[in-house]
Every structure is written in structure tokens, then in C-alpha cells.
Design a binder for this molecule. Structure first.
Ligand SMILES: C[S@@+](CC[C@H](N)C(=O)[O-])C[C@H]1O[C@@H](n2cnc3c(N)ncnc32)[C@H](O)[C@@H]1O
Length: 236
């Protein structure tokens, strides 16, 4: 499917949500981070203000701030209506209501938009899409992928997941994916297969509970590390 403005639904999470979803420590936040599929999230803007080192990559960044803003205006009422209809799929403890969710998401996307235009020139928002990313091997310490892999399991195959995770592990020492649920708040159909195949290929894969839950039961992230060759014969 080609990536056009008409088929995207921009929706962005905040810095505090990213920190909780990925259980990021003070030490993690000082490392080189790549946010894959960050869309209109404000994690990049806030972390940069705090002196962090982050790049976001998303096919959305081929569009201007004005184009993204117009698309948000069209899709926002549709997403709010959908969330209202499916409100039983979410946990309303941290965010108390659909109204509050709407305000939070809009504030987040406004923060992104005001950061985005000048930032594009500084290469903090890079156009690109899985399963191939325009970065060198080991360019980052941590790759984060929020609400893309596993969430869209119906649309994205197991093969796509495997290729994408290997690509994230190529450019970063460690990859974290949240959530491991798909739409409808059920465990992703690909989790078991992806874990088994990556483990077989020599990756270390763990599932960890994190201090964030909005989709009901969605309080786990997957962490993947590739084992680098070490010792006397490394690199031969
Ligand atoms: C649901 S949004 C999540 C945005 C953000 N990560 C967050 O959690 O708030 C999914 C994002 O994935 C991006 N996306 C879609 N296909 C992609 C691909 N193949 N590679 C990277 N990003 C992609 C979309 O443009 C969109 O911004």
C-alpha cells in the first residue's frame, strides 16, 4: 500500500507516556535513541529540550507541518468517536476520560508540530520506513517502536515483523517495542512466532512488564538484543 496523506491517521503520545511505555531510566535517556514510527509524538521535542540525543524516523515526515496539521483536523473527530465506541478496550485510570485523552493527544501533537518545521532541517525527523531504514549499523544505542509493530498485526505479516526487528537491531544495540497487543486489545498473533524465530536466529528476546497500561492488559514491552561477537576471534 502506498503511503499517502489520505491513508494516515496521525495520533501521538507524550514524553511521559514514552518514558513509562519503555521503562526508560535516566541513563537510557542520555543514550543515542532512534524512535521508529514516532509520527506526531512529542517525545523527540521534549527529550531534545532536555538535552537528549534522539532521531525520529517515519514515512509521515515526507509531509509538511501544514499538511500534517490539516490531516489531524480531519481525523481527530473520527478517532475520538471510535475510542468512545470501544471505550471498554481501555483502562481509564491514568487517563480518566475520552475528553481528557483528546486534550492530551492534541497538546502532544501541537508540541510536535511546533518542533517539527525547524527540526526537519536539523535531521531530527527523518523520512523512512521499515523494513529498511536509512542509518548506518550501530548508529544508535536504543531503538524504540511505539504503537506500530504488533499493534497492526492484521495488516503487517510475521515476515514483516521479523525483517523490521532485525533492521532495528542492525542500527541499534537494543530494540524495545510497545505494546505487544494488537488492535482490539488482544495479544498479537505474531508474538510467539517472532520470539521463537528471533531466538533461533541468536537474538535475546524478553517480555517485560512496564508501568503503563492504556489498552486493557497492554502493560508489556518486548526487548530484543543481538549478541555481538566478543573475545579473541571476534570479527574474524
Ligand atoms: C499509531 S502511530 C504511533 C505514533 C507514535 N509512535 C506514538 O506512539 O504516539 C503509527 C506510526 O507509524 C508510522 N508508520 C507506518 N508505517 C511505517 C513503517 N513501515 N515504518 C515506520 N513507521 C511507519 C505511521 O506514519 C505513524 O506515525
Amino acid at each position: 500500500m502506498s503511503f499517502t496523506l489520505e491513508n494516515i491517521v496521525p495520533w501521538g503520545r507524550s514524553y511521559d507516556e514514552y518514558v513509562a511505555m519503555f521503562d526508560l531510566t535516566e541513563d537510557d535517556l542520555r543514550r543515542r535513541i532512534i524512535g521508529c514510527g514516532d509520527g506526531p509524538a512529542s517525545f523527540n521535542a521534549t527529550l531534545t529540550q532536555q538535552g537528549g540525543n534522539i532521531v525520529s524516523v517515519d514515512p509521515l515526515y515526507r509531509f509538511s507541518a501544514g499538511e500534517i496539521r490539516k490531516r489531524i483536523e480531519v481525523t481527530y473527530p473520527e478517532i475520538i468517536a471510535q475510542t468512545e465506541k470501544n471505550r471498554h478496550e481501555f483502562s481509564w485510570t491514568r487517563i480518566k476520560s475520552v475528553d481528557e485523552l483528546g486534550r492530551l493527544r492534541m497538546a502532544t501533537m501541537e508540541k510536535f508540530l511546533s518542533d517539527y518545521s525547524p527540526a526537519v532541517n536539523h535531521q531530527r525527523y527523518v523520512e523512512g520506513e521499515l523494513p529498511r531504514l536509512p542509518f548506518a549499523d550501530g548508529a544508535f544505542d536504543i531503538a524504540l517502536c511505539s504503537h506500530l509493530l504488533f499493534l497492526y498485526s492484521e495488516q503487517l505479516s510475521e515476515e514483516f515483523h521479523i525483517a523490521s526487528i532485525k533492521e532495528l537491531c542492525r542500527i541499534a544495540n537494543e530494540t524495545r517495542i510497545f505494546p505487544i497487543l494488537e488492535l482490539g486489545a488482544t495479544k498479537s498473533r505474531h508474538v510467539q512466532g517472532v520470539m521463537a524465530r528471533l531466538t533461533e536466529a541468536g537474538y535475546i528476546v524478553t517480555i517485560e512488564t512496564v508501568p503503563y497500561e492504556f489498552q486493557r492488559g497492554g502493560n508489556q514491552m518486548m526487548r530484543i538484543k543481538s549478541v555481538k561477537p566478543t573475545g579473541l576471534f571476534a570479527g574474524r
